[in-house]
Design a protein around this ligand. Structure first.
Ligand SMILES: [Zn+2]
Length: 162
């Protein structure tokens, strides 16, 4: 059985990172690197990376960190067709993504270059949009998750403000 505590802890750091980024206290690239580290850090226990990213992965683009408006496309690279499966382990790293979701603008810009023009990008998008097994859907929730993996957020007890 996997550990959910480390995912919740790392998700708390992700939330903090996004808060600082939105206040222009840290820049885009450092923010993404901290978030990517949070995802990776769940491996210090038997954690789940999606739990570390719960705060952002259904509303923020993993490349540009834009908050995608509710109902707009947010394509997860995990939902790409099976024939690209062998690319999955490397895609997030090679595209330097903080999470698996891409806004449509980043998807359209990054994917053709990534596949050297070999893939039909429009059919790839249609596949993700129409995939019934895609439990996450591909539409942005438009806002951050209200809870930390369905648990109440802890009160900030330190000198900083959220
Ligand atoms: Zn983007």
């Amino acid at each position: 059985m996997s550990c959910h505590d480390i995912g919740r802890g790392m998700n708390d750091v992700v939330r903090r990172t996004i808060t600082l980024y939105d206040r222009n206290e840290i820049a885009l690239e450092p923010a993404k690197k901290i978030i990517a580290t949070c995802e990776n850090a769940v491996n210090w226990c038997d954690g789940n990376s999606y739990e570390a990213l719960d705060y952002i992965r259904r509303c923020r683009c993993g490349k540009c960190l834009k908050l995608v408006p509710k109902g707009e496309k947010l394509y997860s690279i995990y939902d790409l067709p099976y024939e690209y499966e062998n690319k999955y382990p490397y895609m997030q790293e090679e595209l330097e993504l903080a999470s698996d979701g891409l806004c449509e603008e980043c998807f359209d810009r990054l994917m053709p270059a990534y596949c050297y023009g070999d893939w039909n990008i429009e059919s790839m998008k249609k596949y993700i949009e129409n995939d019934d097994s895609n439990s996450d859907g591909c539409l942005s929730e438009g806002q951050h998750r209200e809870f930390n993996n369905k648990h109440l957020w802890r009160e900030a007890t330190y000198w900083y403000e959220l």
